[in-house]
Design a protein around this ligand. Structure first.
Ligand code: SF4
Length: 313
């Protein structure tokens, strides 16, 4: 999505599903919002997690779910994969959650395809859990990312993620519906309290690798992981070139397409520094810090079941 943000002529636009989401809401369908952790701070200071929930309810959403839950499960999966695969079966492992990075890595270096983690992305894990709990629901991923629109459009994922909206598009819906966060009443029960701090940290560059390292400390304290983080596709390319030269053996490589990570995604609204600070607060407010303490860990197997046939599709 960086071409979209940086084009001096504004000539590039992504395909929006605002209309389709609003139609589903108007028809009274059960629509569940899966909100990426980078939402913190995007809709103004008044838009606390509980008020965001209240605003979504006003719009007709059935429920709001934190994508940090999926990030927690993705982290634990990647930690186990790393421990089992590196260096026994592959020299290094790349993270899976940023589609811009993983698609580029696989296109530039097809021989590295199997080195990019096989874990499903937080968006897909979260949507899949929602579909398991509510088979009649429509899922909307609300996040910072244009590239997720491409990821959700992949044939086998389409059934899990019905629509993708960016924060910018969501703000457009709030404005059109005259949602004023300062006037909304927050229900204390609607506080987000299911994602862990490290899972919420996926929103800021370096947060994915940090979460995996932290999880490994719990799973196998004797193992040490070397990590490198590349943000922006240029830096990601450099990282891959170093790996190609054999200089990243034993590493976990975190690639993020946007400079700064998801808080700098093409669909964000707030200044990056402010977002980083608000995400940090949201992270520290989590009921637990380690992804290994997620209350949803026992659902990992269930959501990963369809995975073998889906990967690299
Ligand atoms: S870093 Fe950018 S492209 Fe990658 S998942 Fe985040 S917002 Fe999307």
């Amino acid at each position: 999505g960086m071409c979209l943000v940086n084009c001096p002529f504004g000539a590039i636009a992504d395909k929006s599903q605002i209309y389709q989401v609003c139609q589903a809401l108007h028809k009274g369908e059960k629509v569940v919002a899966c909100v990426a952790p980078a939402f913190a701070g995007q809709f103004g200071k008044e838009a606390t997690p509980a008020k965001l929930h209240a605003a979504m309810k006003v719009l007709g959403f059935y429920d709001v779910v934190e994508v940090a839950i999926g990030a927690d499960l993705c982290t634990v999966e990647e930690a186990h994969d790393f421990l089992e695969e590196v260096p026994a079966k592959q020299p290094w492992m790349g993270t899976s959650c940023c589609p811009a990075w993983s698609v580029m890595a696989k296109k530039l270096y097809p021989e590295f395809t199997d080195y990019i983690s096989m874990a499903l992305t937080p968006m897909v894990i979260t949507a899949r859990m929602v579909k398991k709990d509510h088979p009649d629901a429509k899922t909307v991923f609300i996040g910072p990312c244009s590239a997720k629109k491409l990821e959700a459009n992949r044939r086998t994922i389409r059934s899990d993620v019905d629509f993708v909206l960016t924060f910018e598009e969501m703000l457009g819906i709030f404005d059109a519906a005259d949602i004023d966060f300062s006037k909304l009443q927050a229900n204390p029960e609607d506080e987000m309290d299911e994602g862990t701090g490290m899972g919420r940290g996926f929103a800021v560059g370096g947060g994915v690798a940090a979460a995996v390292v932290e999880a490994v400390k719990h799973i196998d304290p004797d193992r040490k992981i070397q990590i490198e983080y590349g943000d922006g596709l240029k830096n990601c390319r450099k990282m891959l070139a170093m790996a190609k030269a054999g200089k990243r053996d034993g590493y976990l490589l975190e690639g993020m397409g946007c400079p700064g990570g998801c808080v700098a995604g093409a669909g964000t609204i707030a200044p990056i520094r402010d977002s980083m600070m608000t995400v940090e607060k949201f992270k520290n407010a989590a009921p637990s810090m380690s992804c290994t303490e997620s209350p949803y860990l026992d659902r990992l197997e269930e959501v990963e079941q369809k995975y073998e046939i889906n990967h690299h599709d």
